[in-house]
Design a protein around this ligand. Structure first.
Ligand SMILES: Nc1ncnc2c1ncn2[C@@H]1O[C@H](COP(=O)(O)OP(=O)(O)OP(=O)(O)O)[C@@H](O)[C@H]1O
Length: 692
């Protein structure tokens, strides 16, 4: 409210040439207590009041005299645009009952009387009361007003609702209505109480209590604690969720960042900070476009389309990037970006370490070994003419001390032959030592083969350690998977083969050994020689006498005899009495291609014995891939298949078969299929093949 809204307007002004009579008549006519006096230009020069009239009368002045000299030149003036508060202030400070309202030039526009002030006050109070009442009625918090005697004056609708009041409480003593609530200190000591938890009408509430003026009473503002608790709980849960999210994102190797709907960064993980080379606070709230070149995140915000695993060149390097919109109630409220393999080196490192541990595990597993009976040629089951001839030749070769190379597909019996040769050789009384060259970790190779001298290196076993060559002294050293031996070791092996002499790690003294060496591989060594992966001189050294073992599909007549030998042993192990296989099963076994050879056959029979309930192994006892062969002799080409699905089908079958052959040993499966372990895991995951 401004002065212009409070003043009395249309007030006549007096001039110097006006008589006292005219002044009195105007006062009488307007019923005002004072009138402004102005000069010829209308500018205010004074005020003519009832007191001036009385003074002139007492002095016996004639009413025809001019008012000049009979009015006050000291005038209280107020600007027409002065706000209510200023007017109130001025009114409080002066005792003068009437002020003159002027414009900026000082021209009198009207007067402002005490009556005007009171009316304005009423208006202002009314406005305030309406505002307060609206707040009072509408606010969600409860309000109780008590007077100085602790009597409840008012309670707002929210208050009644929160406290579930059934009857009015106005007029009651607060301590009676709500026992335990004492406001005496608030009222007497004018104290403010904040965050008071109490119970009113059996409702837990949180209150702020304030005194009203001086000893006038108090007001309680409260809210139900249950609502409050709820909000607090939700807030806590949100906080926890946020912290979990931060921790999760920080564990990730990928750079992860979140933007709001404007493309401003709202969250970054540590990897993202490293990736962008900035600190978190430097990134937060920055437009993503300024932080990352060629970002397509703004597009994601517009289109709402997720893009996963796309190649994007950032700072000249390609990265795998994914983008995902964040949608809430059908609206895109932000997006997440992810840059994968930002720390590819570390991932590779971890993978390498895992592979090495895996290798070491296999190696030590093998070392633990078993104390089974020695294998002789008698245990090599065959009715095939070719294999029998090979067996005879091997038996003859065993009698000498030449190095023997055994080649052939996986599972064809190379190891079996190696041991049988040893048992039939002049070295039979010496040890038979087997080393899987592919399983010895690169860092253990030398000491494993040649041993080490006392104190050769920190952590070395006291007194040194014998290597495989020394251990096999006087016996046979069977080097399996020779095709996987590193070139470095190949040259060292060549020396031992030539001189039967070697030096342990950390020693200058050559050790001479008398050993028979048998090697084996399922790789095409000649091809490896051609590609430079295998030393040709070593190849010729190893290839003095060689035997290529025959895959079982080329000697199907051996299948059923082998099955019977296996059944005999398995019956003992499992306490069963299975005497053979049904004709149906026999047909399948004989027709199968057996990529895993005798090992696969042995595992299939072991599995079948586990499942078998009758006297003969039945179709249902066979693994699924073999059962399928019953229906389809050739590969089944279905109408709905395309080249890709056919390929997948074959892939899946081969994997399942390989897993069975290798009894779930992933390293062996990968080796059998000639793929890396990581590729194998990828395939198992893709085809959803469970692998324990
Ligand atoms: N003629 C056979 N008679 C009896 N058992 C056999 C015969 N041939 C292979 N086996 C058995 O099949 C399994 C695989 O044989 P072996 O380990 O000797 O094959 P491998 O050719 O050395 O395989 P890899 O190249 O995968 O090492 C062994 O359990 C072995 O006893």
């Amino acid at each position: 409210m401004l002065m212009r809204d409070m003043m009395t307007r249309d007030v006549p002004s007096l001039h110097l040439k006006d008589s006292l009579r005219q002044g009195v008549e105007l006062l009488r006519w307007t019923k005002l207590d004072a009138l402004p006096v102005v000069d010829e230009a209308g500018l205010l020069i004074g005020i003519f009041t009832k007191a001036n009239v009385l003074d002139a009368f007492l002095a016996g002045v004639d009413t025809s005299e001019l008012i000049e000299g009979h009015f006050n030149t000291q005038v209280v003036t107020v600007g027409v645009d002065a706000p209510y508060q200023e007017v109130e202030q001025r009114a409080k400070q002066t005792l003068v009952g009437t002020g003159v309202v002027v414009d900026k030039e000082g021209k009198a526009l009207g007067i402002f009387t005490k009556v005007d002030m009171i009316l304005a006050l009423f208006k202002e109070a009314e406005k305030l009361a309406t505002q307060l009442n609206t707040v009072y009625q509408a606010m969600p918090n409860g309000i109780i007003v008590v007077d100085r005697h602790n009597c409840i004056q008012q309670i707002n609708p929210s208050g009644e609702k929160i406290l579930k009041l059934k009857e009015p409480i106005q007029g009651l003593k607060l301590s009676n209505a709500f026992p335990g609530l004492d406001l005496r200190d608030v009222i007497i000591k004018s104290q403010h109480l904040v965050g008071v938890q109490t119970e009113m009408n059996q409702v837990k509430v949180l209150c702020n209590i304030s005194p009203i003026g001086e000893l006038a009473g108090a007001v309680i503002v409260f809210q139900a604690l249950t609502d409050f608790d709820q909000v607090a709980l939700e807030l806590d849960a949100t906080k926890r969720l946020y912290e979990t999210l931060l921790t999760v994102t920080n564990i990730a190797y990928e750079a992860i960042f979140v933007v709001d709907d404007q493309g401003k960064i709202t969250l970054v993980n540590e990897a993202a900070c490293q990736f962008f080379g900035k600190r978190e606070k430097e990134l937060l709230q920055q437009p993503i476009e300024q932080v990352m070149e060629n970002t397509r995140l703004m597009r994601t915000l517009k289109t709402g389309m997720a893009e996963t695993n796309e190649i994007q060149v950032i700072n000249g390097r390609p990265y795998i990037v994914s983008r995902m919109p964040i949608v809430r109630q059908g609206k895109i409220i932000g997006a997440v970006g992810k840059i994968i393999f930002q720390k590819l080196e570390e991932v590779k490192d971890v993978a390498q370490r895992l592979a090495q541990m895996d290798q070491e595990l296999n190696f030590y597993k093998e070392r633990v070994g078993s104390t089974r009976l020695p294998v002789t040629f008698n245990q090599i089951v065959t009715v095939s003419q070719d294999l029998r001839r090979l067996k005879n030749e091997a038996e003859i070769a065993a009698r000498g001390n030449s190095t023997i190379l055994l080649t052939g597909e996986s599972g064809t019996g190379k190891e079996l032959f190696a041991e049988a040769i040893h048992q039939a050789s002049p070295y039979r009384n010496g040890p038979y030592v087997k080393v899987n060259c592919a399983a010895v970790p690169e860092n253990l190779l030398e000491s494993e083969f040649f041993g080490y001298a006392n104190g050769a290196f920190t952590g070395a076993q006291k007194g040194g350690k014998l290597g495989k060559f020394a251990t096999a002294n006087g016996g046979t050293l069977f080097l399996d998977e020779i095709g996987d031996m590193s070139l470095n070791l190949q040259s060292k092996l060549l020396r031992v083969l030539e001189d039967r002499c070697f030096e342990p790690v950390g020693s200058n003294e050559a050790v001479k050994v008398d050993i028979r060496i048998i090697t084996a591989t399922n790789k095409e060594l000649q091809q490896k020689v051609a590609s430079g992966e295998f030393r040709s001189d070593l190849y010729y050294r190893l290839n003095v006498i060689s035997f290529r073992l025959i895959p079982i599909r080329d000697r199907p007549e051996d299948i059923i005899p082998l099955v019977h030998v296996f059944l005999e042993k398995l019956n003992q192990d499992f306490g069963k009495q299975i005497s053979g296989v049904t004709p149906e099963v026999q047909k399948i076994l004989v027709n199968h291609r057996w990529p895993g050879n005798v090992r696969e056959l042995k595992n299939v029979i072991e599995r079948a014995v586990n499942f078998a309930s009758g006297e003969l192994l039945e179709l249902t006892d066979l693994p699924f891939y073999l059962r399928e062969e019953k229906q389809e002799d050739a590969f089944p080409l279905k109408k709905e298949w395309n080249l890709e699905s056919v390929h997948e089908h074959l892939d899946k079958e081969t994997l399942e078969q390989a897993l069975l052959i290798m009894k779930g040993n992933k390293s062996e499966v990968a080796r059998l299929l000639g793929i890396s372990r990581s590729w194998l895991y990828e395939k198992l995951r893709r085809y959803d093949i469970s692998h324990r």
